[in-house]
Design a protein around this ligand. Structure first.
Ligand SMILES: [Fe+2]
Ligand SMILES: [Fe+2]
Length: 209
């Protein structure tokens, strides 16, 4: 049993660290594009900056946890990245191929990306609340601490994108985006995460991100 619990922590945190890392790296590219296109939007820029700094902080919290336990995360592909999957469904490209500069020059595409980030953050908040009610997380004090930090930070992460959509009179997420969100969430929870949990051949990364 103890082994399975350790495995659960390992898989869960490997998915989290991948997502935090991808999140802050990709947001940096977006912020560079925003800075170039809308340098006068100081408030918007500061809010996105704060979002990136939080995601990097979360990444570091998980990294420290792994380091303390003398572990390197499992190898997790982009099929486990929430934002990767969202981008793939909506923009039909891999997140690494997303051209932030061309997106920002096309209002409709930029609104789409704002909605996508918003939904990812809302999902993240729901997810962390579920984890905080999970017995396995509650009995691990250092993990509980990490997830409480995330719970506190997460609500503000939607604000910059919500602000931008409202200011531009664009709409909030609609049916197709909501369905995509549900599909990604449930396929992860019901199929993909259990698959990792019981995949005996799952390798660890050779080094940290
Ligand atoms: Fe985060
Ligand atoms: Fe977040």
């Amino acid at each position: 049993m103890e082994k399975l619990v350790t495995r659960f922590y390992g898989v869960l945190l490997s998915i989290y660290i991948y997502n935090e890392y991808t999140g802050y790296m990709e947001l940096e590219k977006l912020l560079a594009a925003i800075n170039k296109k809308y340098p006068e939007e100081k408030e918007f820029i500061a809010a996105v900056r704060k979002h990136i700094d939080d995601e990097r902080k979360h990444y570091m919290l998980f990294k420290n946890y792994f380091t303390k336990n003398e572990r390197i995360p499992f190898f997790v592909s982009d099929k486990y990245g929430y934002i990767d999957l969202f981008v793939k469904h909506i923009f039909k490209v891999k997140i690494k191929e997303l051209d932030q500069n061309s997106i920002i020059n096309n209002n409709e595409k930029f609104f789409k990306l704002c909605r996508l980030i918003m939904m990812t953050e809302l999902r993240g908040l729901k997810q962390v609340k579920t984890l905080l009610n999970n017995n396995l997380i509650n009995k691990n004090e250092s993990l509980l601490k990490i997830f409480k930090v995330i719970e506190k930070d997460e609500p503000s992460h939607c604000y910059p994108y919500q602000y931008w959509l409202k200011k531009s009179n664009s709409h909030m997420p609609r049916l197709r985006e909501n369905l995509t969100d549900l599909w990604i969430h449930y396929s992860l929870m019901i199929i993909k995460v259990p698959f990792l949990l019981f995949n005996g051949k799952l390798k660890r990364r050779s080094e940290f991100y």
